[in-house]
Design a protein around this ligand. Sequence first.
Ligand code: NAP
Length: 333
Amino acid sequence: MALVKKDKYNVAIVGATGVVGQTFIKVLEEYKFPVGEVRLLASARSKGKVIHCFNRDIVVDEVNEDAFKGMDISLFSAGGEVSLKWAPIASKYTLVIDNSSAFRMDPKCPLVVPEVNPKDITKEGIIANPNCTTIQSIIPVKALDDKFKVVRINYTSYQAVSGAGMKGINDLKNTRIGEAPQFFPYNISKTVIPHIDTFLDNGYTKEEMKMVNETRKILHKPSLAVSATCVRVPIENSHAVSIAIELEKEFTIDEVRDVLSNYPGIVVKDDPKNNIYPVTDYSNGNDLVYVGRIRKDLSVKNGLLIYCVADNIRKGAAANAVQIAKYLIEEIL
Ligand SMILES: NC(=O)c1ccc[n+]([C@@H]2O[C@H](COP(=O)([O-])OP(=O)(O)OC[C@H]3O[C@@H](n4cnc5c(N)ncnc54)[C@H](OP(=O)(O)O)[C@@H]3O)[C@@H](O)[C@H]2O)c1
């Protein structure tokens, strides 16, 4: 059902007990989103659990169709299978913003980062939130594309364990105290792992192909040359991405710094001689993308190298979804 202008919006949160779901609540509160009634939904395991938020105690329910009736917006973060089953049902009653990968490449569903393609936001149906690494990368990429036209991108990610939810966080904690890995294929406390999500026949992982395909969709450039390598690293939160970009137009590093500094959502941290470059200390707990290590790629004409860090649970997931809803109610309705 299409969202209409209101003083307050009733919100259903699916996956409310998870890492992203809890952050939805935190971000909605911090942004003072005009929230009316709130329904917190999860699996049968969490039914009856009480969560205090929005100045009230809310009892978690198992996700069910009636829970979406009377709601205005549904925020989903309970994995692809739950989204595939329940998001179409929720969209009969509410606008849905979905954090899973289930609808990202569906041509009927916009894939949105508000700093990049806000015009794609719709008032109804299912809006997909991109992959966490795509979100933080596409913002500087779009800033550069607007000015210099991007012709080729090669991403290398360094992804925190929180990107794999509670199971990832617990595996880092437990392997640090000597327990055997329960979730990652190797001991994440002792190695980086060049393997996120499952491997495909082309030798890439699903995570890597998400970066390729989502970049093309968000930029509306279906044949843009994009490649990616995604690596899990033993830190708790905030992903980093090293981005090699080939630009059509010539550029100076000062021009690049100027373009990035003036783009919404980006903070440039680039004074390497004084040890100033993007680190997770900057990004954890906020919704900005920190960009630095800005330099020419010595291997190709008009090649540029940049490095960015962002909080994968906030800007990479919950905050981006809430920002989509905020843009919609403030700028479109
Ligand atoms: N972590 C990230 O950086 C990140 C970034 C972007 C997107 N996402 C996406 O967000 C989703 C959740 O990630 P997360 O990190 O928050 O995972 P998580 O911490 O493991 O939380 C999973 C949530 O889904 C619920 N859930 C699981 N099975 C369910 C079912 N059958 N029916 C209803 N609810 C169910 C869980 O409820 P119970 O507590 O009852 O089990 C919990 O609330 C995933 O799709 C993930 O791909 C995550």
